[in-house]
Design a protein around this ligand. Structure first.
Ligand code: FAD
Length: 384
């Protein structure tokens, strides 16, 4: 169907990729920050440019047309983008995690036909996994149902929020399989499916440029080839560490952006900012420590194509702790940035104000801090 597989450009050396990324940020992202944040402009052209320079293929194995560099690079690219714009960094995460689903799932069609379109940026990917992640953590009921039919499933239900959702894209989702004893399937859903409607996701205090929509399913036919796993319990346990860990990229990038702000403010009023406990140096030390932990975990996960060195339970515990520290640090850093900038930061439309609003997203997007703390509590409860 699609001929791109096997004809992708060779992997870009990382230094070149980062230089290309910096140029894309300077030319296509930074000039649009206000329009993205206040006007809800979705930065599609920027994201497509990131795809064209090789920014979406770092965490995909070479055997599947990727660069084979592992999730460390995915996280670092996300950090660079989120340093300027968390909303766009989150879009980058939504897209790359959708590719993560395709490359780790059991469908050859998705690996060979759809994954190359995602890793090259020709198709935009998203994820509607908050509901199942919360469902499997015992927080809420599953919202989609799949009924077996000839050649696939019919899906009904609604997801309240899917970001980076575009009408010619696709997104990952989970549905309960009707008529089974609690089995679920995970699939990638083409947004152009008949019966699927992407509606208005409402307004938020930040992330307005993230193309966030609700997704209503009315007898949506999903062909078998789009199914990643059915049943999907083992598959979800396998992909969850990568799902959660890579989110740290947008949190860490935001922290770096807050440090930039603090340093700029110190040039002006450092003589009084120095009395604040959370200064630029202290936040920077904590950022470095968190990055080290996260990069080590990312290297352990790699591209998700090697046998894990330890049990998913042990890896998940460390990933949850690291993801939690990212949220805590993002909140601390955005507060510190506001305190450093003072009245200048308190002006409507200031960068410090945007960082403050954005940082709460790191802490409330699934898995939210309360969700992570629940998972940690459950993981630390000995198995009976
Ligand atoms: C800007 C933005 C973008 C987003 N993008 C995405 C995305 O791309 N993909 C995605 O999947 N999600 C997305 N989300 C959703 C997000 O990840 C969270 O899932 C969402 O914010 C809800 O989390 P919460 O912590 O508020 O829910 P919680 O507070 O954890 O929700 C509690 C759940 O429990 C239920 N409940 C309430 N009372 C009870 C009770 N007594 N017993 C049992 N259950 C009860 C509620 O109905 C609710 O569903 C986005 C959200 C925002 C704001």
């Amino acid at each position: 169907m699609y001929s791109e597989f096997g004809t992708l450009p060779p992997p870009a050396p990382t230094a070149t990729l980062m230089a290309d990324l910096q140029a894309a940020i300077a030319e296509d992202l930074r000039p649009n920050l206000r329009e993205i944040d206040e006007g809800g402009k979705y930065p599609r052209a920027f994201l497509e440019r990131v795809g064209a320079i090789g920014g979406f293929r770092q965490g995909t194995p070479t055997a599947l047309g990727g660069a084979g560099n592992g999730l460390r690079y995915t996280i670092q690219i996300m950090e660079e983008i989120s340093r300027d714009c968390l909303s766009t960094g989150f879009c980058y995460w939504c897209h790359t995690v959708c590719a993560w689903y395709a490359q780790t799932g059991g469908s050859d069609f998705l690996k060979q036909e759809i994954l190359p379109r995602l890793t090259s940026g020709q198709m935009l990917g998203a994820t509607g996994m908050s509901n199942p992640m919360k469902h499997f953590a015992g927080i809420e009921k599953i919202r989609l149902t799949a009924t077996r039919c000839d050649g696939g499933y019919q899906i009904n239900g609604a997801l309240p929020w899917v970001s980076n959702a575009v009408s010619d894209g696709c997104f990952g989702a989970v549905a309960r399989i009707a008529g089974t004893d609690g089995d679920y399937l995970m699939a990638i859903i083409p947004a152009r499916s008949s019966g699927l409607e992407l509606g208005d996701g409402g307004h938020f205090i930040a992330l307005e440029g993230s193309s966030t929509h609700n997704a209503i399913f009315r007898d949506v036919f999903l062909p078998d080839e789009w199914v990643l796993a059915a049943p999907c319990a083992e598959y979800i346990a396998r992909i969850r560490p990568g799902f959660m860990l890579t989110q740290s990229g947008f949190g860490l990038g935001l922290v770096r952006g807050c440090i930039d702000l603090m340093k700029r403010s110190n040039d002006r009023v450092g003589h009084v900012n120095c009395y604040l406990e959370d200064g630029a140096e202290r936040i920077e030390t904590d950022l470095k420590q968190t990055q080290e932990t996260i990069y080590a975990l990312a290297d352990e996960i790699g591209c998700g194509d090697q046998a894990a060195a330890r049990s998913p339970r042990d890896l998940t515990r460390d990933v949850v702790r690291a993801r939690l520290s990212t949220s805590e640090l993002a909140l601390r850093a955005s507060q510190a940035a506001m305190l450093h900038c003072g009245a200048g930061g308190y002006r409507a439309g200031s960068i410090a104000e945007r960082k403050l609003r954005e940082s709460y997203f790191v802490a409330v997007v699934t898995p939210a801090m309360k969700h992570l703390k629940k998972v940690l509590h459950d993981l630390e409860t000995p198995l009976s």
